[in-house]
Write a protein that binds this ligand. Structure first.
Ligand code: L34
Length: 283
């Protein structure tokens, strides 16, 4: 028997905590504000941004959305970020990725004030995560850690295998598991004996971006399986894990949808609250 790790339930618990704190700040005259920038027409990005906006509204966080056309120039985007960096109503700035090809992602991320970088993508915040001295949590990996904590899954001393080495998920996931004293292996497209390494995992995190990439033969009996993937296969949403065949081997597993995705949004809300507290000298 496996346990289904329910991202909807766990994200609701995180959001409830944030909501209460946001309300408490209001009594002190402090409003929490998030600006979300989306460039172009990517349908998946539109869904995620709309989910972020809904979460803000439900939690009493001011949300401003900037939906810019595909043709937006780098200068126009940089000008907007400069304005938001100086805007006292805005505590957090998020520029939804991926950006259209003609925009330099690195340049844009670097232009966000690190104190408003609620994605924790700016090199200053990445560096802070590396040394374990950080206030903004990288949203997706932090969401995974929150799920493990909620389910009482101990990381210390466990073999943790992360498949994927992106700056957004794989690398920071590695750091957060390491901070909790896990023994972490990062695998990627050039890894040899991938299945064998995965079979050694007590906690297996899949962040590859390929449907059904993790098959039952790659999973140890009783492993905890976290599926960060979010793919569309024949119009249906699915993760990186062959869920139907892997679930019975696992002791606990996250679904897609309703797993890590909602956690990413909950942790973004938490970061926006943290930014507001920091800007008002409360932490
Ligand atoms: N800047 N870009 C920036 N920050 C981020 O944190 C993200 N990410 C990733 C893509 N680009 C980003 C997100 O917001 C992925 N991501 C994200 C956010 C929310 C959901 C999935 C990915 C989500 O709400 N998932 C739902 C289903 C959504 C659907 O129906 O398509 C779920 O239950 O998994």
């Amino acid at each position: 028997m496996y346990k289904l790790i329910d991202g909807k339930v766990i994200s609701a618990a995180v959001k409830e905590r944030v909501k209460n704190e946001v309300a408490e700040l209001k009594t002190k005259g402090i409003t929490v504000g998030l600006a979300v920038i989306i460039v172009g027409e990517d349908p998946a990005s539109k869904v995620y941004v709309s989910n972020k906006k809904k979460a803000c509204e439900a939690l009493g966080i001011l949300s401003r959305e900037y939906a810019l056309p595909e043709s937006t120039t780098e200068d126009e985007l940089l000008n907007l970020i400069t304005k938001l960096n100086a805007d006292p109503e805005i505590n957090g700035i998020l520029c939804q990725l991926p950006l259209p090809k003609h925009l330099d992602e690195k340049l844009i991320i670097n232009s966000i004030d690190p104190e408003k970088d609620v994605d924790a993508f700016h090199p200053v915040n990445v560096g802070k995560i590396m040394i374990g001295d950080y206030y903004f949590l990288p949203c997706t990996p932090a969401g995974v850690m929150e799920m493990l904590k909620y389910e009482g899954i101990e990381v210390e001393g466990k073999n943790c295998v992360v498949i994927g080495r992106s700056n957004i998920v794989g690398k920071p996931m590695n750091m957060l598991l390491l901070h909790k004293n896990g023994t972490v292996t990062i695998c990627h497209s050039r890894t040899k004996n991938l299945a064998e390494i995965c079979r050694n995992a007590d906690i297996l995190v899949a962040a590859v971006g390929k449907p059904n990439f993790v098959t039952a033969d790659m999973v140890k009996d009783g492993a905890v399986v976290i599926d960060v993937g979010i793919n569309r296969l024949d119009g249906k949403l699915c993760g990186d894990v062959d869920f139907e065949n892997v679930k019975e081997k696992s002791s606990a597993i996250t679904p897609v949808p309703g797993g890590v995705g909602p956690m990413t949004i909950a942790m973004l809300m938490q970061n926006t609250l943290t930014a507001a507290k920091k800007h008002n000298g409360l932490i």
